[in-house]
Design a protein around this ligand. Sequence first.
Ligand code: FES
Length: 144
Amino acid sequence: MRDMVMPPPAEEGSWVYLCSTAALGDGGEAVPFDVTYLGQTCRAFAVRHRGAVQAYLNRCTHVPMELDWQPNQVFDITGQWLLCATHGAVYRPDTGACAGGPCRGGLVKIQLREAEGLVYWRTQYKLEPVAVAPVGGFVNQNLK
Ligand code: FES
């Protein structure tokens, strides 16, 4: 009997440094970051709500607009809800689920982890770090 060849295990995702723990105040300003989602560069944000850190794509489900009403301001004035400034969709900070207004489903959640004073986000299928262009704009593959 021949040995069965198994495919390599699916990639589990990796953790990408985002910011220090202190950068995320409860109900305060979001920390923005860029990701590649479904092949497109998108803005994302991380916030702290009731002590827990959360991150989402910064893309409203009503119309694909960013939520911010001021740069990095995604909470409503109470600091309890995520609010889209364009038409007023309201999302739960802990899950990203629609809580009111014209949203159509929840925000795309990005997994976060805090460890030793640092916050990391996790890559997953179709959610990756943005490729950084090399200094000078391109790599010439013909150089030896
Ligand atoms: S674009 Fe967010 S509520 Fe309309």
